[in-house]
Design a protein around this ligand. Sequence first.
Ligand code: RNT
Ligand code: ZN
Length: 418
Amino acid sequence: MSQAYELAKEAYAKIGVDTEAVMAKLAQKEISVNCWQGDDVVGFDQGDNPLSGGIQTTGDYPGRARTFEELTADFEKAMSMVPGAKRIALHASYAVFTDEHPWVDRDKLEYCHFEPWVNWAKEKGYKIDFNPTFFSHPKMNNELSLSSPDEETRQFWINHGIASRRIAERIGQELDDQVVNNVWVPDGLKDIPADRYGMRERLKDSLDQIFAEDCPHVIDCAESKVFGIGLESFTVGSNEFYMSYAGTHPGVYNLIDMGHYHPTENVADKLSALLLFFDKIPMHVTRSVRWDSDHVVLFDDTIRELAVEIARCPGAWEKVLIGLDFFDASINRIGAWVTGARAMEKSLCYALLQPHAYLKQLQDEYRNTEKMILIEQIKSMPFGAVWEEYCARQGVPCDDELFALVEQYEKDVTSKRD
Ligand code: RNT
Ligand code: ZN
């Protein structure tokens, strides 16, 4: 144990925080890490076709993973530098096609196309989450899927939704786990709509069909949004739409992506409201810069405030399902993964190192000056020493060792890809 940690432990004990208990609790919390940071959201099923659906990866840093082997190797490397319990979030577009199980279109996907992922996850000790992929596909006519006025197109995507959900169910059975299956559709319009109602009516009907089967190993989610690139005027699956859908369909949840609200909305503030009505809050933690840009998550005010709500709201530690959603192709992708996932862990560590019960008491007793002074004190307490101790105990590098490791892997592995 480092001397710095010993001193930090004492300092936190003085404000009633047990650093040992904090590290034990932190190690248990699962973070679902998005596989799509490793390959710029390209996937394996549509060649190198560009990303569609109103989202965009920018940058041309070399070394993108192009195959199942490359992506899993990169993920393992990145996660060897991240403390805590990890899941991997897959998209249906990451189906693995082999001679035995050759390419099929998205409406025909089956568990066998994801069996390599499950075998790998079992071996490495990761859990899995799943996402049907309603973008980057020739049938995304005018960026419309589950709300499409063209019945054939809509049916194709309903079938994809059903197929994906069955795959998620089977993954859950195989791993003896509950799998988040997250429906996000980009559906919307670039310009002024003439019929909003019909689009939403069709989306509702499509969801009803997709969620009809009993899937006890699946946590059903639908991700709301405000706008996408090229879809600036109207988004079918808005927050009100999915929140109402979730509120009236027990077992379906509105997945909260931090980039999918108006820029001045405080997403951390939403948790305490939702916790009173839902037993789960699935999330995409991301960092928006001026728009829903999906920058790498950092240890910044927004994420810290979210983490504090997760640490202090009754039940939130179990109920908030943390998934990451970022993709940056302008920097080393392993470095991006490591930084984003560690920033989430670091924020949770910071958030747990606070005397929440005492702060609440101060608020309830109107001792607001004292509350303010204590909150300010906490900000400059020796949090870094606890974080480093946690990393050491988890067998992962400290912050100052990361870049050299990322650089070495780039030299040895990713720079050799062309
Ligand atoms: C898009 C949504 C969605 C995607 C991923 C790839 O705005 O956030 O979650 O980013 O599914
Ligand atoms: Zn998202």
